[in-house]
Design a protein around this ligand. Sequence first.
Ligand code: GSH
Length: 254
Amino acid sequence: MPHSLNIISSVLSSTIRQWRGTAGSKTVQQPPQLPILYDSEDDAECRLVREALTELNLDVIIYPCPKGATRFVDSLKTMGGESATVPFLVDPNSHVTLQGAEAINAYLFQQYRQQPIPDALDATTFNLLTSRLASAIRLNIRGLKAKPSQSPEKHLVLYSFESSPYSRPVRERLCELELPYRLINLGKQQLADMGPATHRFHRGEYKPLPNTKRARLLAEKGQVQVPFLIDTNKSVELFESKDILRYLDEMYAL
Ligand SMILES: N[C@@H](CCC(=O)N[C@@H](CS)C(=O)NCC(=O)O)C(=O)O
């Protein structure tokens, strides 16, 4: 599919979910250890969990488990038993393991914001339907399928936020290739963060809120744009979605 069509369908996908997973909390504190999410990018329940993670501004390790997955299935079953399935969360900070969007999102909101789960992120029939439609519009009706790949020695790092139309194709490719990554959620924390990186809905110099991940990224890399991929295995850092997709195929697909 041409990249422009890919992005248009990704915009539609976010629109169907009413752009949940765009705003990021200004107050939630990242716990000392990264929670782990066994995830499939196109799964309706997994999307609700990833939306919650963006809105709570939490970073996690993603272990992708697409259809036909092999790489993380054994560890998923070890954690959750033979019937374990995605979404599955392991939070080493509180020694909690949970399965399913309803249980995971209720836990995340209680644990990290001391609030009940917002209606729009609960696993209601309506939210699951819109989440399924959001996958269908990506032509993932039959589910993302695992593709043969080489496993990286160290986890990749992806800066993203759930509704980001440019980041979704990258997350899908990471999922298909079963590449584990640290997901750094860079949700929007103020009006000035809104819009595409080159045409923000804001005039003048872009200033992220101080002492945030956005401020750190700007200080370290000179720009704030997602997707941003870091592969420490190859000392590679890439900002453009098209370049990242090409890189992942060339470096890891077999
Ligand atoms: N040409 C870039 C565009 C990336 C882009 O504009 N990303 C948006 C999010 S979808 C962004 O970074 N917006 C600015 C922000 O979030 O601060 C690509 O293909 O990756």
